[in-house]
Design a protein around this ligand. Structure first.
Ligand code: HEC
Length: 265
């Protein structure tokens, strides 16, 4: 509501400015009350130097920066896109160039345009059908790729049942607890969602598998893990193909776990 009012103000001020400018052109020069002395029209009567509408912030911007994430809500950007990116949206499959079967899974808009998702309806959603297909040749990702985990499948189904929306939240809003970070409860789920599709035992990109504690511990100890997730110079930024790093809080929690000796806790 507030945004509408702001936008209305913008139109009002902008529109009035246009009108005044037009009349200024028509009657130029404008004379004062005595009809002889021209009024200085170089000073625009609408003060545009102090624009009351802050146009640096897009007035119709709908991203809710600062809104904490609701654990009950499935967020496309945080929960669904990482699964698609690491299991489907790469070269030869469903990235922008390959687009197998016309399906592109690189962004919310592309998913909604090409993946036949029917909000609130699992059986009407091809995306859900293909990830649950019992025939390994029809299933996506197809054999020999591994099936999505049941946790990933239920995230996707939950998202569809919540209306396949593109809700926004700020994963860094509020407190970031970096005390006593647990491998099982905090680190491993991040790896599973964001990395495992490309770094599993059967298809380890760059020869690196991140399946299981020992493999993650190895890259934690040699510095690679923090290097790639912090997008530090000299490291390949991971997740591969992502437009921005993982949320800062996630990166800080993993760093804290590494600094504590990367325990199997
Ligand atoms: C879409 C597939 C994909 C995803 C998702 C992905 N990676 Fe990678 N990863 C790659 C590829 C491809 C390379 C090799 C990149 C290169 O050599 O240019 C790589 C390389 C690496 C390397 C070695 C980097 C080096 O400098 O030797 C590490 C470590 C790594 N990834 C960790 C991760 C972690 C941690 C995540 C999750 C946060 C992740 N990856 C997500 C595909 C992926």
């Amino acid at each position: 509501m507030a945004k509408r009012i702001t936008y209305g103000w913008f139109l009002l001020v902008f529109g009035t400015g246009l009108l005044l400018n037009f009349s200024a052109c028509k009657h130029d020069p404008i004379y004062g009350e005595d009809g002889i002395t021209p009024i200085d029209t170089t000073d625009n009567p609408v003060d545009t130097t102090d624009n009351p509408v802050d146009t640096t912030d897009n007035p119709v911007d709908t991203t809710n920066s600062g809104t904490p994430c609701d654990p009950e809500v499935v967020y496309f950007d945080q929960d669904i896109l990482p699964i698609l990116r690491s299991n489907c949206a790469f070269g030869g499959c469903h990235d922008d160039n390959s687009a197998q079967d016309g399906v592109i899974l690189t962004s919310y808009d592309n998913v909604m345009l090409t993946a036949d998702v029917d909000p609130y309806d699992l059986s009407g959603s091809d995306l859900y059908e293909v990830i649950t297909d019992s025939d390994p040749d029809d299933r996506m990702p197809p054999a020999p790729n591994e099936r999505l985990t049941s946790a990933q499948i239920s995230k996707i189904s939950e998202w569809i049942l919540q209306g396949a929306k593109n809700e926004q939240c700020d994963p860094d809003a509020g407190q970031c607890d970096t005390e006593e970070v647990s491998f099982a409860e905090q680190v491993q789920p991040v790896i599973t969602t964001n990395c495992l599709g490309c770094h599993n035992d059967s298809a380890p990109s760059a020869g690196i598998s991140l399946e299981g504690y020992e493999n993650v511990k190895a890259v934690a100890d040699n510095g690679l893990l923090y290097g790639v997730i912090s997008w530090s110079a000299g490291y390949k930024p991971m997740p591969f193909g992502a437009s921005e790093p993982l949320p800062q809080c996630t990166v800080d929690q993993i760093k804290s776990w590494i600094d504590a000796g990367a325990p199997n806790n």
